[in-house]
Design a protein around this ligand. Structure first.
Ligand SMILES: [Zn+2]
Length: 63
């Protein structure tokens, strides 16, 4: 099971743009997750990744 921890690890890596990394993690999940693809509804992991993306965006904007 690929998990939130892996995605978060990629984001926290610090290599490159954290906002882009967070969005990429979400997009990769949305593509790979059967639940997200089935009903277009966000599963718990997708929501978590979206929140990380929002936080990263907010942090970047606040700078
Ligand atoms: Zn999902």
């Amino acid at each position: 099971m690929t998990s939130v921890n892996e995605a978060v690890g990629a984001v926290a890596d610090g290599s490159g743009d954290p906002v882009a990394a967070a969005r990429l993690a979400y997009e990769q999940h949305a593509r790979a997750c059967r639940q997200c693809r089935a009903d277009g509804a966000h599963c718990a992991v997708a929501k978590h990744l979206l929140r990380i993306h929002n936080n990263a965006r907010r942090a970047a904007g606040a700078r």
